[in-house]
Ligand binder design. Structure first.
Ligand code: DAH
Length: 361
């Protein structure tokens, strides 16, 4: 027992000297573990007479508590040191420019979709999606395009091989089937846009077998042609960044709308160049109309109670017009030089507030 003071200070120095959690644990086992030096001394108390045991026991307990407390303090210090080292090693310099800044570019089609979404989101629309492989019912029949209708031929449809029951699925020829899918599972009011891929068997400078459209659908109580016009005029002006852009509604025909209108915007073609804005010429950019009551009924809506309007546009077409891209096929060439010329900085997200007329770099 005489050497208890010595032993205690030896252990306490070992605690201080331990520079890893493992080393500290070894010191703890050596002192306080089952066969540790202090624990063994505790066991010796049993052989002492009661008076001696009492004082020795108290002293030993104090030493034991002091060592335990020292280990705990050292453990906390080691954890802090480890954390500091980790923070230093994992430090990120948030002021560094991001790497894509110099290399990657966002494809103009992705950018155009983001712009369209930003404008309609501001008007309270949400984005809806549907499958690229579609049934004949959703792509045609429910949209009031019956079996023998000439519109079916005009769509240059890609058909998949028939299933066991002889039904042939199609690659959707437009984004309009998502109107039906949405109305089937939603109670009015509805306000959606549907950007997505579409497919037609057609290939030249202005047609690609895979292309993109954006559909729009608004259903509610008391929706009329004035809403359609206001919404699409606002969209055209915001998208092209021309506040006084003339917008013209020209009577047309689509089986799923009645009445139907094609939407033209003003332009000039002086000296071979095309300029969007007030001028002496027009460019068609959208199809639209009031949703045909038959389509509403096909989705379980009461056409006496609800009305709505719909529209559809080609993303490639509006991207070509806005960004002066002359050949549609170049969108899909994956040519890096083209991307560097027509692409966008990936973090330069479009918004009504930050600007929609993205500068190419
Ligand atoms: N689905 C049409 C097409 O592919 C575009 C379209 C026109 C969609 C009028 C509409 C609409 O919703 O009302 O050519």
């Amino acid at each position: 027992m005489q050497n208890l003071d010595e032993l205690s200070s030896e252990i306490l120095s070992a605690v201080e000297a331990a520079d890893t959690t493992d080393a500290l644990e070894a010191v703890r086992i050596d002192a306080l573990g089952k066969k540790g030096r202090i624990s063994l001394m505790m066991r010796e108390l049993g052989g002492m007479d009661p008076e001696e045991r009492k004082t020795a026991g108290q002293t030993l307990n104090t030493v034991k508590d002091t060592i335990a407390a020292a280990i705990e303090t050292r453990q906390a210090a080691l954890s802090r040191i480890a954390l500091d080292a980790r923070l230093a090693a994992e430090a990120v310099d948030v002021s560094l420019p991001s790497r894509p800044e110099t290399e990657a570019r966002l494809h103009p089609l992705s950018r155009t979709i983001e712009e369209v979404v930003a404008i309609f989101a501001e008007m309270g629309f949400t984005v809806a999606e549907g499958p690229d492989i579609e049934s004949d019912y959703y792509n045609f029949t429910a949209l009031n395009i019956p079996e023998e209708h000439p519109a079916r031929q005009e769509h240059d449809t890609f058909y998949l091989p028939p299933d066991e029951e002889g039904r042939r699925k199609v690659l959707r020829t437009h984004t309009s089937p998502v109107q039906i899918r949405t109305m089937e599972v939603t109670e009015p009011p509805v306000r959606i846009i549907v950007p997505g891929r579409t497919y037609r068997s057609d290939h030249d400078a202005t047609h690609s077998p895979m292309f993109h459209q954006c559909e729009g659908l608004v259903i509610g109580d008391g929706i009329h042609m004035g809403h359609l016009k206001g919404c699409l005029i606002d969209f055209c002006r915001a998208f092209f960044g021309v506040d006084d852009l003339p917008v013209r509604f020209r009577p047309s025909y689509f089986p799923f709308t009645e009445p139907s209108a094609e939407v033209d915007i003003g332009c000039t073609r002086d000296g071979g160049g095309l300029k969007i804005g007030a001028g002496d010429d027009w460019l068609e950019i959208l199809g639209s109309g009031m949703v045909n009551p038959r389509v509403l009924a096909n989705c379980g809506y009461d056409p006496e109670k609800y009305q709505g309007f719909a529209f559809g546009m080609g993303i490639e077409r509006i991207a070509m017009l806005k960004y002066g891209i002359p050949d549609l096929r170049t969108f899909y060439d994956s040519d890096l030089r083209w991307m560097r010329h027509y692409g966008f900085l990936p973090f330069d997200a479009p918004s009504i507030h930050a600007g929609l007329v993205g500068g190419t770099v």
